[in-house]
Design a protein around this ligand. Structure first.
Ligand code: HEM
Length: 484
């Protein structure tokens, strides 16, 4: 017989599959039996260690745990068993090399508020395709064209601060980052639509972190109602764009032109949820970074002088601010300011950690991460580990003259969900700092060493600061009209 009978082939295939299945199950079981849960305490029944986390500064909670248990430990917060990971390798394992074993996870109330189609709630094909679109729209090549627009927003934000008065720095930076977000998403947007978006987004923002009770009068209920209004405003903007058949190259233009492999386009809901999601991801993060930078510069007067000198040289070469900043200036002529941004992102670690959920039982370094448990890579612990950053409590931008070791500097995360807005964030920060240090002086008011979580860390009370206009730039800035 020179050929195998087909039945024999089927039997062999069946036996091979069965053997593989039994062997791999046994192997996994043995692996799981050997693997133990990480060290750590699960606290009280149900509430776990939630009170300890919220009564202390969360950063102290995490660093105490790391000192006690090492780089991987378990705990139980907000009704969920969690494994926390404080090493660069573990972050890479969860977010990059084994990202398919861990899915993004957010409370349902937050998902409802932003919109369930926003890309950061997803994994797989939908996420990959949308992410490609967002990454393209926010790439350096695409954001170059916004430089004049961002500059105009920065100038009008600073011009709105009355001389000698106190501002709430974080709230002012929120206004600035929201306007830049609108510019990146819509390009030019009519005044009325912009105002309506701003007013309703503000209500959503206020209710986002409130207790999710959907009863009339509560902040959460008001936020859900405003969220529905936002959908209607966005539908109007989308249908106007479709009617005018404008093929703009901003983010909305990309969303409207999107077609997946099967030729399907995005629904209006999918577009709206992603717009709100991007505004949400962009606003408080960037505003918090800017607020910290203003505080760190105030606390380090010599560094502030050096930044002023760097920015003044650009200002003078731009005919005392009469010519617009160029892309090359932001990329090549601001090296110290750029290092201040990196060091501020390390020190403040605005996104201190992120959440994922194990979709199967996973074994990491001999420890079991059970299916359904939350997994939290702790970026802040890595940024403040003396093994990777010498004297981590010192604010030292010059440490960034040498690139940090791989996976030790993660202000924008890493892997499949890393921040697609990081170039835009850095560009808008550079532009605002350029005008701020050339145009103003500031003095901090009140207590300066406490931190609030909103949920991102922000200096206490939003960093109140008294502002003065530098006399020699006052005239020029008021006359200035930037070319489009
Ligand atoms: C200093 C400012 C910013 C910081 C520190 C920051 C930080 C981060 C981090 C750490 C992540 C990853 C979260 C995770 O892995 O779970 C992320 C994701 C994201 N960020 Fe940013 N971000 C900033 C500004 C922005 C801006 C300006 C935009 C948009 C204009 C933006 C849009 C997004 C989006 C859409 C995601 C989700 C990506 C995905 O799931 O694929 N971010 N950001």
């Amino acid at each position: 017989m020179d050929k195998f009978h087909p039945t024999l082939i089927y039997i062999l295939l069946f036996l091979a599959t069965l053997f593989y299945y039994l062997f791999s199950k046994k192997h996994n079981k043995r692996h799981k039996l050997i693997a133990k849960l990480p060290p750590g305490s699960m606290g009280w029944p149900y509430i776990g260690e939630t009170l300890q986390l919220y009564c202390k500064d969360p950063n102290i909670f995490f660093s105490d745990k790391q000192t006690r248990y090492g780089e991987i430990f378990k705990t139980h917060i907000l009704g969920c068993p969690c494994v926390m990971l404080a090493s660069p390798e573990a972050s890479r394992f969860v977010l990059v090399t084994n990202a398919d074993l861990f899915k993004p996870t957010y409370p349902k109330s937050k998902e409802k508020m932003i919109g369930p189609n926003a890309l950061f709630f997803h994994q797989g094909e939908y996420h990959t395709q949308l992410r490609k679109l967002v990454v393209t729209s926010l790439s350096p090549e695409s954001i170059k064209k916004f430089i004049h627009g961002i500059e105009s927003i920065a100038i009008s934000t600073l011009d709105s601060w009355p001389n000698g008065y106190i501002i709430n720095t974080f709230q002012q930076m929120k206004k600035f980052s929201f306007e830049v977000g609108i510019l990146a998403i819509f390009g030019e947007l009519g005044k009325q639509h912009k105002e309506e978006l701003k007013n309703n987004y503000c209500i959503v923002d206020k209710g986002y972190n409130s207790f999710p009770t959907n009863l009339p009068g509560t902040a959460y209920h008001k936020a859900l109602t405003a969220r529905r209004r936002l959908s209607r405003i966005l539908e109007e903007i989308i249908s106007e764009r479709k009617e005018k058949k404008l093929s703009e190259k901003d983010l909305l233009g990309h969303l409207l032109n999107f077609k997946n492999d099967k030729g399907e386009t995005l629904s209006d809901d999918q577009i709206s949820d992603n717009i709100i999601g991007i505004l949400f991801a962009a606003q408080d993060t960037t505003a918090s970074a800017l607020t910290w930078i203003i505080k760190y510069l105030h606390d380090h007067p010599k560094l502030l002088q050096a930044i002023k000198a760097e920015q003044k040289a650009i200002y003078l070469s731009n005919e005392k601010g009469n010519k617009s900043l160029t892309w090359t200036q932001t990329r090549s002529n601001m090296p110290l300011t750029y290092k201040v941004i990196l060091e501020s992102l390390r020190m403040a670690s605005i996104v201190s950690f992120t959440f994922r959920e194990a979709v199967v039982d996973v074994v990491y370094k001999g420890y079991l991460i059970p299916k359904g448990w939350k997994v939290m890579p702790l970026f802040r612990n890595i940024h403040h580990n003396p093994e990777f950053f010498n004297e981590p409590q010192n604010f030292d931008p010059n440490r960034f003259e040498v690139a940090p070791k791989p996976n030790t500097f993660l202000p924008f995360g890493t892997g499949a969900h890393s921040c697609p807005g990081n170039e835009l964030a850095k560009l808008e920060i550079l532009i605002l700092i350029h005008h701020l240090v050339n145009k103003l002086r500031w003095e901090l008011v009140g207590s300066q060493d406490m931190v609030e979580y909103s949920p991102f860390p922000v200096p206490y009370n939003g960093l109140p600061a008294r502002i003065w206009r530098e006399p020699d730039t006052q005239e020029i800035y008021h006359q200035k009209k930037l070319p489009k």
